[in-house]
Ligand binder design. Structure first.
Ligand code: SF4
Ligand code: SF4
Length: 487
């Protein structure tokens, strides 16, 4: 493997991995009803292709991508569509979103799956296969993968394709188990990605607290030329900018993307779904999710998209006593769910039930003492206390100038702050306010343009009317003058 280039900051966290990574991936049960959100990805919501009463087969497309940055949605099982309407989804706001509800017929009957022999396809056809299979980044971002697999527009060959198996957040082990158990399938997906992107080198970053995963992936990569790179176990090494820095030494510019420095990065689970889509003709209708914390039987489950979280918790033997919160994602970057009625989505990698033991005690927030501890741990090289001051004072322009949008919301600064200031909450607040102000500005600009277009149309119509009147005017004179003659 190549040399590593450590990033600034980060934290050693308590791992809590063994609670869920000691057993094989279980297949979750088929629930009687699945609620499938049509928005599970970054980009435009998918357009529904079904209506209540329709019969669907497992793997049938039920939501069509709406535009380039969008993703297809498929029926996770066979059955009858009972509703296409807003339902509660997993979102910090707790708001509802458009979903397709399917009553399972218990037969779990597939569509006709059609694998493709990808070296015989034109790259654009292969990307379409991946796009139509609804493949998105399964590390949490859920960005449509076909877009990232399109190298067109780049004049130079990609330097490095990185597969992210770091899984740096405490408690989460779904990628670890996937790499241990299905390494060859992941590498098969990676080969398809490399075929499309044609990089000079391929690297797989895995934190060094996963020796079994490193061994399995190394064995699967024999004779591929791909490098399996153990990286130090240090949160947030799995964050894209930090992983790119660690493996290549390259710094992604502020507001930039990995591709700006000749790198493209995917999660290991995404590579797995690319393999299933291309070599088996199976769209993304399930994912592996860690269920852990205060449940009776923690573990990793291969679960159909649309399964209610409550059904998954029930399969783990239910909650232990004293659960106070259910977190989707890890404790550092996840968010609290409003209820366990919401369904599993493609981005859902961990369900963490927390009780008093896992929750940090609520301590009074004290004034900032400018100790600089937050700055020491910030992996994005920001000045967190400065950002905090600006966010608190609603000085959003200044916050932006201090690179607020480079903050990856990793939470390291909040963890170490001796004044217990919930710093990340301030940054999220400031970002939301800036987005809201920008939307307002855009709306005002659109309204201005509409008003201007209306005024121009009215003026045009007025001029047309006047022109017509001018054309008619001589006839009136002729009639008038001829009348005079007659008189
Ligand atoms: S760690 Fe907390 S108290 Fe120290 S400088 Fe940062 S915000 Fe202020
Ligand atoms: S949450 Fe943002 S400011 Fe705080 S340490 Fe992480 S990147 Fe830095």
């Amino acid at each position: 493997m190549s040399a590593l280039f450590p990033f600034h900051g980060g934290l050693k966290t308590v791992r809590h991995k063994t609670e869920s990574n000691q057993t094989r991936i279980w297949t979750a049960m088929l629930p009687p009803r699945l609620t499938v959100p049509l928005r599970q990805h970054i980009g435009a919501i998918a357009k529904p292709l079904v209506q209540p009463g329709d019969r669907v087969l497992k793997g049938q497309m039920i939501g069509q991508p709406d535009g380039y940055i969008s993703a297809a949605i498929h029926a996770p099982t066979s059955g009858i569509v009972s509703a296409v309407d807003p339902q509660p989804v997993a979102h910090p706001s707790g708001l509802a979103d458009l979903c397709v509800t399917i009553e399972s017929d218990g037969e779990d009957r597939w569509i006709n799956r059609q694998p493709v022999n990808y070296p015989h396809l034109h790259p654009s056809e292969l990307r379409n296969v991946i796009r139509n299979a609804g493949v998105v980044g399964l590390g949490g971002a859920a960005f449509p993968s076909a877009v990232k697999l399109n190298p067109s527009g780049r004049s130079e060959r990609l330097d490095t394709l990185i597969l992210n198996g770091a899984e740096c957040e405490p408690w989460i082990t779904c990628d670890d188990r996937l790499m241990r158990e299905r390494a060859a399938d992941i590498v098969a997906g990676l080969q398809i990605m490399a075929y499309l992107l044609g990089p000079y080198e391929v690297m797989i970053g895995i934190e060094d607290d996963k020796p079994e995963a490193i061994a399995a992936m190394s064995a699967a990569c024999v004779r591929t030329g791909y490098m399996v790179c153990p990286i130090p176990t240090r949160y947030p090494s799995g964050s894209v900018k930090q992983l790119v820095r660690l493996l290549t030494g390259k710094e992604i510019p502020v507001d930039g993307l990995p591709v700006d420095v000749g790198v493209q990065c995917f999660n290991v689970a995404t590579a797995y779904t690319v393999h299933r889509a291309v070599n088996f003709g199976e769209p993304v209708i399930s994912r592996i999710i860690t269920v852990t914390g205060q449940v009776h039987g923690p573990g990793n489950f291969e679960v159909l998209i649309g399964t209610p979280f409550a059904a998954l918790i029930a399969q783990c033997g239910g909650y232990r006593e004293g659960v106070e919160r259910l977190i989707l994602g890890g404790p550092m970057m996840g968010f609290a769910l409003h209820s366990d009625d919401a369904p599993v989505t493609k981005a859902a990698n961990c369900l963490l039930a927390v009780g008093p033991a896992e929750l940090a005690p609520e301590l009074p927030v004290l004034p900032c003492i400018r100790c600089g501890a937050c700055m020491d741990v910030c992996p994005a090289d920001l000045l967190p206390q400065q950002l905090y001051w600006h966010a608190r004072a609603k000085e959003f322009d200044q916050a932006r100038d201090c690179h607020l949008f480079s903050c990856i919301e990793c939470g390291c600064c909040s963890v170490v702050c001796p004044s217990h200031i919930p710093l990340v909450q301030y940054y999220r607040y400031a970002k939301n306010e800036i987005w809201a102000l920008e939307k307002e500005k855009q709306r005002a600009e659109q309204a201005r343009q509409r008003h201007q277009a209306r005024m121009e149309r009215l003026e045009r119509e007025k001029q047309e009317r006047e022109a017509k009147l001018r054309q008619k005017a001589p006839r009136v004179e002729v009639v008038a003058s001829s009348g005079k003659q007659e008189g």
